[in-house]
Design a protein around this ligand. Structure first.
Ligand code: ZN
Length: 584
């Protein structure tokens, strides 16, 4: 139980800053809810006696939502607290909510997917980096950091946008998040907490809490220390200095006002000074404390389902259920706890800079692959590793082939593919072409679009009857894989030189290259060429490294390069032969 009654930042960012446990199901209090992290089969869920067995977890959640006989539109919610950079971690809730929304829509329901921005919360810590409106990640040194520092303790929506393109810092962040959702093709309705309070949407909830303060304290005291008889789960923004204060000295339910003396705020381990200003504010000037605000959102927005990370499962979810049932008298939404994923093996964290934005990810892979990342069991910890993105893409491609019956798979995965694959793509198209990602990266070494096509044809990825749209779509992956190679500066980050580079080889090397040219001309695949490079070097008494070096110089004008034989095997034979002979 927390002695601190300030809201835990309610987002993936906080998720991220916490330690990520990788053994799913290790430390969640049993019985907190039916979806606490638990061990189990990766895909097969809902196999309790009497339940329909579903291949896709979203179907099981949809069953539970439907079992409550909700009124349309069904409301699915997620939430975020603005931070420095809207990043992939924020998409756990958005994409998981999307799958459940899609299932319910398929079943004939009208569904709203809303995402609340907890932008009336106080800025507690100056982030290390920010994203500008064009998605450039910038360090604080490049913006007006002082302005942020002076605004600690104030609501995000009252802090000037460091980039000056939105009305506030909160709005800047929320806009980027909405853009990210659109990029993935998940239509969410963003709801600003600031606006919900200002428009009076929370009026009933706030009044209800003030009318039942004894009850509210009694329930809260089970989860939080320092709840005395004067405690009020409400804070207001000081009219003088702008800092949020919890020092409520009186209230008037009839007039819907509170009295306060500005006493500052505890934030990020430090105390932000209040100014001592005494005043009266309206309910709409303030906000409920997080443990009440969350259930108040459920009540006012009519939330039927909400996924959340395990920090909430252990923290504000149990109190939220209690407050919903015993203070507000409402039924809490169907919950779903998801396991966080790590990025490159480390927890996602804005403060440490270990983040990747949706924009960056979509520069590297297709939206359907990113959606696929969230299809698998949400209870299982995963790592999003940019250096091995090729494996994630391969996994998606296989999932797709399983859906089209082009690859045998075990029953569970086949059933999952059957169910979920259509929700990953904009259009189910059997004639699509997918280049294996690393092959796309090899094509990315070549600038000439016609040569790329010939190479893809040589390797059998494109046939005579492949529709043009499929080729064009497939070629987009080449650009993505090329960006990946550049970003990782890995073994695919080379450029084929279409013009003969200047060279100065000794006699033995020249002879070896000529022999190799003959071998290639005779018609051999990449593996055979690779082996022959070693053989030729041995025969001609050239250092193996020198012969490979000569090849890299000829083809890339670099001292090193990718696996040479394999690469040459994928190129045009005529081109390779001429180049080995230093003719073109
Ligand atoms: Zn003040």
């Amino acid at each position: 139980m927390s002695a601190d009654d300030t809201p835990p930042e309610t987002d993936a960012d906080t998720n991220a800053d916490a330690d990520t446990t990788t053994d799913a199901g290790a430390d969640t209090p049993a019985g907190a809810d039916p979806h606490t992290l638990s061990t189990g089969d990766d895909e097969a869920e809902g196999d309790d006696a009497g339940e329909t067995r579903h291949a896709f977890w979203a179907d099981r959640i949809a069953d539970e939502v439907e079992a409550r006989d909700p009124e349309d539109p069904i409301v699915i919610k997620g939430g975020v607290s603005p931070s420095g950079i809207p990043h992939l971690g924020h998409f756990n809730e958005i994409i998981r909510g999307y799958f459940v929304a899609e299932v319910l829509r398929e079943r004939g329901h009208e569904v709203r997917q809303v995402f609340t921005s907890d932008d009336k919360d106080a800025l507690r810590k100056v982030p290390r980096s920010l994203a500008d409106a064009d998605w450039n990640i910038v360090g604080l040194g490049e913006v007006n950091a002082g302005a942020l520092g002076r605004n600690l303790g104030k609501p995000y929506t009252t802090i000037p946008d460091p980039f000056g393109d939105h009305d506030s810092y909160g709005e800047h962040f929320t806009d980027l998040l909405q853009q990210s959702a659109e990029m993935i093709g998940v239509p969410v309705e963003m709801e600003s907490n600031t606006e919900l309070y200002a428009e009076g949407v929370f009026d009933d909830a706030v009044r209800h809490v003030f009318e039942h303060l004894d009850r509210a304290r009694e329930v809260l005291a089970k989860y939080q220390d320092k709840v005395d008889e004067d405690y009020v789960p409400f804070q207001v923004q000081c009219a003088n200095c702008g800092v949020l204060t919890t020092n409520i000295t009186g209230y008037d339910v009839e007039a819907e006002t509170v009295d306060y003396t500005c006493a500052g705020l505890e934030a990020g381990g430090q105390h932000i000074e209040g100014c001592g200003h005494e005043d009266t504010a309206t309910f709409r000037d303030g906000k409920l404390m997080w443990r009440f605000e969350w259930p108040a959102q459920w009540m006012t927005l009519g939330v039927d389902f909400e996924p959340f990370g395990k920090d909430h499962a252990e923290g504000s979810w149990p109190s939220g259920v209690d407050i919903a049932e015993n203070v507000f008298g409402i039924e809490p939404p169907v919950p779903m706890v998801y396991e966080w994923f790590t990025l490159n093996g480390e927890p996602l964290s804005s403060s440490s800079g270990n983040v990747v934005t949706v924009k960056e990810v979509l520069d590297l892979l297709e939206p359907e692959v990113l959606r696929y990342f969230f299809v698998r069991n949400p209870k299982r910890a995963k790592d999003f590793d940019v250096s091995t993105l090729d494996q994630l893409v391969d996994e998606f491609d296989r999932f797709e082939r399983v859906y089209f019956g082009e690859e045998e798979e075990d029953e569970n995965l086949a059933a999952l593919a059957e169910r979920a694959y259509p929700m990953l793509v904009d259009e189910v198209r059997e004639e699509r072409v997918r280049f294996p990602y690393t092959f796309a990266a090899v094509l990315g070494m070549v600038d000439d679009p016609d040569l790329r096509r010939r190479m893809a044809r040589n390797e059998g990825h494109i046939g005579d009857d492949t529709p043009e749209w499929a080729v064009e779509d497939a070629m987009k992956r080449v650009e993505r894989a090329r960006r990946w190679a550049e970003r990782m500066d890995n073994e695919y980050n080379y450029r084929l030189q279409l013009d003969l580079p200047e060279t100065d080889f000794d006699e033995e090397t020249v002879a070896a290259l000529d022999e190799l040219a003959e071998f290639v001309e005779a018609g051999h695949d990449g593996e055979e060429i690779q082996g022959e490079i070693y053989e030729t070097a041995k025969r001609r008494d050239v250092e193996t490294g020198d012969l490979f070096g000569a090849g890299y110089r000829l083809f890339f004008d670099q001292p090193q390069g990718p696996r040479l034989g394999t690469f040459l095997g994928e190129l045009d034979t005529e081109f390779v032969v001429k180049r080995l002979r230093r003719e073109a």
